[in-house]
Write a protein that binds this ligand. Sequence first.
Ligand code: ADP
Ligand code: MG
Length: 235
Amino acid sequence: MLLEARSVTKAFGSFKAVDAASVTLEQGDVLGLIGPNGAGKSTFFNCLTGDLQTTSGKVLFQGQDITDATPEARADLGLVRSFQVPQTFEGMTVLENVMIGAFLRTSHRSEAETKARAVLQRVGLSKLADAPARSLGTPGRKRLEIARALATEPKVLLLDEAMAGLTQREVQLAIDLVRDIHRSGVTLVIVEHIMEVIMSLATRVVVFHQGKEIARGSPREVTTNPAVIEAYLGK
Ligand code: ADP
Ligand code: MG
């Protein structure tokens, strides 16, 4: 098992944004994590990556307890994420943003640059390498988020709504990119509202509602599950 969340709970005061969530991830999985807005998906990602401390429960990576590890230590082990709201360094160039990821694996500037350029090529941002990050539109930012994460050479990549705000054609291109990342050996967890993305990429799906898991199964099973449909309708 690559990654395991054991009864992870994250409370803000008395409110449990994530309530005893247990999820396992095997090498090669593309796990879809879905659920209505406010279900706790991003908070759960934060607990996995250490951007938030869990209130209770455990997170294990390749059998190692990382519940109290820093985000940097987890990234070093190979567990990284993209953010729902892109965390771009606006004043830096696109290339420099990706180099920040690459510096996790090397302290040599020229090596980081070589790696970053290779990643930019892969995500289709090469032409914009020297553009300031602030000049990018939504699709560019989403790709830059993925590029920075890829530059850290992850084993597990968590994508938080990496395709939100994209046009139909851009979504198709992003699906191709994620598929390519998966084929290169990266295990993925994807949070996505666009069902087409879940249907075409996820090997299995877990559904959250009000911090709790309410269903799991194949994409087809969960999207036809009455409890899931009811959760989305807000009953
Ligand atoms: P999702 O990503 O599934 O839309 P979130 O994980 O962002 O949901 O949020 C889950 C719930 O936790 C929401 O009700 C949200 O308002 C609440 N929440 C998230 N972050 C905080 C925080 N830092 N403080 C208080 N409440 C929070
Ligand atoms: Mg979210």
